[in-house]
Design a protein around this ligand. Structure first.
Ligand code: NAI
Ligand code: ENO
Length: 298
């Protein structure tokens, strides 16, 4: 039987980690090609074993591929699919790691031929560092990996099984969601927290003439609440633009919460402030307790 061929377009943190995990499990039973935008990162991708062969051309990488894994920033994916469309073989399965799903599903549905299957998915695993040099074969281990099942986007069970079989090799736990639920939940649990972490850092840039003095005081609290503000700007701009309705809705709710707590401080309402922190602490402790296995293995 011919070897399975996997093409990873955008071998960065996520694509590189996916390639490393699959290569680690399947060794020579799979042939992995990939693309990056520079020769240096292409060489790194080969050196760390994320791919067998790296190209600077997406068209070259997808030749004869059975499975195509898109792992560039979200808004790069549709132009890439348009570019590779003539080179896709019948029966090929495309999946993607994009952080937002509805926008991609709508756009890809319009441009993909019937002979190519699309399985929408999202690894809920990552870190604030980007690029292939930050990749790790264990990045997805014990983390949630969402597979989209949506009545508006029927997909062949055989294609879903092929993608799930690869995802299982990374050690991730598969969860199913529909498109709208995914984008709503991801905005709440990931997108708005990232925007907020960046806002906490931006706060330092406003109203403070003595920034150097303030930074001397930075401790664990600042580091914990702002770690993800070090994430890739290209990727986060695309996420905001491709899930704007859910993100704007949750940012407005966050502004209401901040207005309420501002009011409580101004009016010296100690009971309200006590309740504000108590409710948040109880909820966070409960969530961490219920998701212990995710956070213990880093
Ligand atoms: N960073 C994270 O923690 C997570 C990211 N994601 C999603 O995964 C995707 C990739 O994110 P990362 O791996 O973090 O980004 P990254 O910046 O580490 O990697 C992106 C890769 O795509 C390449 N690239 C960009 N445009 C390209 C193009 N037109 N053609 C070929 N290659 C191109 C870059 O050279 C780089 O190798 C994004 O869509 C992101 O939303 C999903 C889960 C977690
Ligand atoms: O660094 C972290 O902890 C993250 O939360 C990474 C992350 C970023 C984007 C995603 O779509 C999913 C996970």
């Amino acid at each position: 039987m011919a070897k399975m061929k996997l093409a990873i377009l955008g071998v960065g943190l996520i694509g590189g980690s996916f390639g490393m995990a699959i290569k680690d499990k399947l060794k020579d039973d799979i042939y992995i090609t990939g693309t990056t935008r520079t020769e240096v990162s292409c060489l790194t991708a080969e050196k760390i074993g994320a791919v067998d062969k790296c190209f600077l051309s997406n068209a070259e990488a997808v030749k004869d591929a059975d499975i195509i894994y898109l792992s560039t920033p979200v808004l790069q994916m549709v132009p890439i699919v348009k570019q590779i469309r003539p080179y896709l073989k019948n029966g090929a399965v495309i999946t993607d790691a994009g952080s937002t799903k509805q926008y991609l599903a709508n756009a890809l549905r319009k441009i993909l031929p019937d002979s190519v299957h699309y399985v929408s998915a999202h690894p809920m695993a990552g870190r604030e560092k980007s690029g292939v040099s930050a990749a790790s074969k264990d990045l997805f281990k014990n983390k949630c990996y969402v597979i989209i099942k949506d009545p508006a986007m029927p997909v062949s069970e055989d294609a879903v099984e092929k993608i799930c079989a690869l995802i299982k090799m990374t050690g991730a736990n598969i969860t199913e969601l529909d498109l709208a639920s995914h984008d709503r939940c991801a905005s709440l649990i990931s997108h708005v927290p990232h925007i907020t972490a960046a806002a906490l850092v931006s706060l330092l840039n406003r109203n403070y003439n003595d920034l150097d003095e303030c930074i001397k005081l930075a401790g664990g609290g600042f580091k914990d609440t702002t770690r993800i503000a070090s994430s890739n700007a290209d990727m986060w701009a695309d996420i905001c633009l491709s899930n704007s309705a859910a993100i704007v809705n949750n940012l407005q709710i966050l502004q209401e919460i901040l207005s309420e707590v501002t009011g409580a401080i101004e009016s010296k309402d100690r009971e309200k402030l006590y309740d504000y922190f108590t409710v948040a602490k109880e909820m966070r402790d409960k969530i961490l307790n219920e998701t212990k296995s995710i956070y213990e293995i880093e």
